[in-house]
Design a protein. Structure first.
Lengths: 90, 257
């Protein structure tokens, strides 16, 4: 339906919830993403910026377009990807 | 049958068309197993007791310490050094002598967990580690008992409900693979007191909805609450067809339409 050439969709919106929102330099990112890749590839790309971004570790939970997703799930341009930490404790 | 006294006591439930006398009777006939009488278990137990759940079973191996009283409100100053299960039982019966409360002052091994889950209408888990949550999940899967799970740390919390009676319901292990123990716990990190109050109360609400059939429980949804900023997120959670915990129970439920 949508044109692949549309430049505004050649990116994903990345959200950080809970503790991550406080620990990372920004609560959300518009991250260039022109072709489909996996959640894990996206996470590693962002973490590769170093410093505080290294907090994006593989034990985080992930949702793609408000649905829980595994590390190998495909992320397409225009998707919304949210990362947040596991919680136990009562 | 509810007595005249019970009809009065629970009248504000009975006024609600989604609960009515039938729903209140279902609560009176229900048995709820609560794992952990801590920050989440305290308000969950208190609301379930006040709401007239006929039989509560409380399991907790710990003793009440001074640092618990900041948030574990079923326990009081005079509970210090008592077993949490016993302290909870005493205060729940003071709140509502109309109900039965069993205190199990121990961590349940797999056999006892299985027996208790089989006898329970709903299981509530609010313990502070993943291994006990996975054990509760396995017991609920094998006995077909709904599980209401919440967790809270610092300023953040998560809640979801899993119902193995439904073929497409995810289980706790679909959300959290049975591997990591890396998550923070309240004993080491701290937690803002009313946050566990909110989530434990929410667990009691889920239990009431499951027992009475009112509304839509959080099956297939994970909710996150960020208390710092007052924001909720609702995320869809599907059953993982490769989940090692629930995959073996799929076949047993194909008769459902
Ligand atoms: Zn599962």
């Amino acid at each position: 339906m949508t044109s692949a050439a549309e430049p505004s969709t050649a990116a994903v919106t990345v959200l950080f919830f809970a503790r991550l929102r406080e620990e990372l330099p920004q609560p959300r990112l518009h991250w260039p993403w022109s072709e489909a890749g996996t959640v894990n590839e996206l996470r590693r790309d962002i973490a590769a910026q170093g410093n505080d971004w290294a907090a994006l570790t593989e034990d985080l939970l992930v949702a793609v377009n408000q649905e829980m997703a595994g590390p190998e799930q495909t992320v397409k341009p225009g998707d919304e990807v949210a990362f947040f930490p596991p919680v136990t404790g009562g | 049958m509810l007595s005249d006294n019970q009809l009065l006591r629970y009248s504000r439930h009975i006024f609600l068309p989604e609960i009515d006398i039938q729903g209140q009777q279902a609560l009176a006939d229900a048995r709820v197993l609560v794992l952990g009488a801590g920050g989440l278990g305290s308000p969950a137990l208190m609301y379930l007791a006040a709401a007239g759940v006929g039989h509560l079973v409380v399991s907790d191996p710990d003793v009440v310490e001074l640092s618990n009283l900041q948030r574990q409100i079923v326990h009081r100053q005079d509970s210090l050094d008592q077993l949490k299960a016993d302290s909870a039982r005493r205060h729940l019966l003071a709140l509502n002598p109309d109900i039965e409360v069993d205190a199990l002052p121990r961590a349940l091994d797999d056999d006892e967990l299985q027996q208790q889950a089989a006898a329970a209408t709903v299981v509530v888990v609010g313990t502070d580690n993943f291994s006990s949550r996975h054990a509760a999940n396995r017991a609920c899967l094998s006995t077909g008992t709904p599980l209401v799970s919440a967790a809270a740390i610092a300023w953040e919390a998560q809640i979801s409900t899993f119902d193995p009676r439904l073929a497409d319901s995810p289980c706790f292990a679909c959300l959290y693979p049975d591997s990591n123990e890396q998550a923070l716990n309240c004993a080491e990190t701290g937690v803002v007191s009313p946050l566990v109050g909110m989530l434990g109360s929410y667990q009691a609400l889920e239990v009431i909805k499951l027992i009475t059939g009112a509304g839509t429980p959080l099956i297939g949804r994970l909710q996150l609450f960020d208390a710092r900023h007052g924001e909720w997120q609702t995320l869809r959670l599907k059953r993982n067809p490769e989940c090692p915990a629930c995959a073996s129970f799929v076949a047993s439920d194909t008769s459902r339409d």
